[in-house]
Design a protein around this ligand. Structure first.
Ligand code: PRT
Ligand code: ZN
Length: 292
């Protein structure tokens, strides 16, 4: 049976121009989707899959996905939570990582959330802020601003702010300090709750599997080394390998080459231990993608 959307491409919402744009396009290209110049047009066709990208402001993405105008969207968890839309979160993506925090003037009287009772708080995230304060039993006046929230205390239009923080540099430059983290955010891949055709469902499944492989590869490294044959049992113990390592004899008597994949986070520890165990010529290579 044909469903309504069976003749359309899988439409994915991506931020047109901002912090998430390049990383999202890199991810999509990294999993094998090819696009024409995405900077010039609003709707970009994928050359090798039945997919199209809709490039829009990040604030519009949750609503477009909620309405089914787009089937999928790449957007910050902060924007999804603020909009309060009912979409399916398929996966967190480890980029665009930040926190939504309450910050106050460094030299002021406000030291904790409870000091915010009857104070004015400027924010671009009124819903998350209101709900958070409600949960703490604090009543404040929320002043909604669409940008440059960090200057509101200096302009004396607010006593405190809530804003996204990544390095903390902006707060510091404006004489503000964080007193409370309300929400942790990262980019998410979200899906509409409107029904999708079989074809689109299969495509979503494929995209998700590839993203999983791509993320796993980003966290892993392929390592190669030479070692005396008798060191192999010790080396096998050191390597927290996904699967057992490949061990190949070398022309040199009693020497072997060992190839395996390790989590990037363990690389330096593992390398030092391998050296102590007799390994030489240790080489580490990035991996583009992997399927386990
Ligand atoms: O035009 P459009 O509406 O699409 O873009 P935008 O200006 O609303 O969003 P953009 O591109 O700035 O951010 C997109 C998404 O990136 C956000 O919704 C978050 O999910 C994520 N993100 C991650 C951030 C930050 N880190 C971040 N640091 N978004 C904004 N900031 C801002 C913050 O508001 C503050 O002004 O950066 C400043 C603080 O940074 P630090 O490093 O000084 O702490
Ligand atoms: Zn925005």
């Amino acid at each position: 049976m044909r469903t309504l959307d069976s003749t359309t491409s899988l439409r994915i919402a991506v931020q047109k121009s901002g912090r998430l744009t390049d990383k999202t396009i890199n991810l999509l290209e990294g999993i094998g989707l090819e696009f024409d110049d995405y900077k010039r047009s609003l709707l970009v066709k994928c050359q090798n899959f039945d997919v199209e990208l809709l490039l829009i402001r990040d604030d519009d993405i949750p609503e477009y996905v909620n309405d089914g105008v787009c089937d999928l969207g790449f957007v910050g968890a902060n924007v999804v939570a603020e909009d309060g839309v009912d979409v399916t979160i398929l996966r967190g993506l480890n980029y665009g990582v930040c926190r939504l925090s309450i910050a106050v003037p460094k030299e002021g009287d406000i030291k904790s959330v409870t000091d915010l009772n009857n104070k004015r708080i400027a924010t671009s995230y009124p819903n998350i802020t209101r709900n958070y304060l409600k949960g703490k039993g604090v009543e404040s006046e929320i002043i909604t601003l669409s940008g440059s929230v960090e200057i509101a205390p200096r302009l004396e239009i607010a006593d405190a702010i809530t804003d996204l923080v990544s390095t903390g540099g902006t707060l510091k430059a404006n004489g503000l300090v964080e007193i409370e983290e309300m929400f942790q955010s990262e980019t998410q891949l979200v899906q509409t709750k409107k029904p999708l055709s079989k074809g689109k469902q299969q495509l979503v499944k494929k995209i998700l599997q590839r993203i999983e492989g791509y993320q796993l590869a980003a966290k892993s490294r392929y390592i190669m080394m030479n070692a005396p044959q008798e060191s192999v049992p010790e080396i096998k113990n050191i390597i927290p390998s996904l699967k057992s390592p490949t061990v190949m004899p070398l022309a040199d008597n009693g020497m072997v080459a060992i190839h395996t994949v390790i989590p990037l986070a363990t690389f330096w520890d593992v390398m030092e231990q391998l050296k102590d165990a007799g390994a030489t010529g240790i080489v580490m290579l990035p991996i583009e993608s992997m399927i386990t």
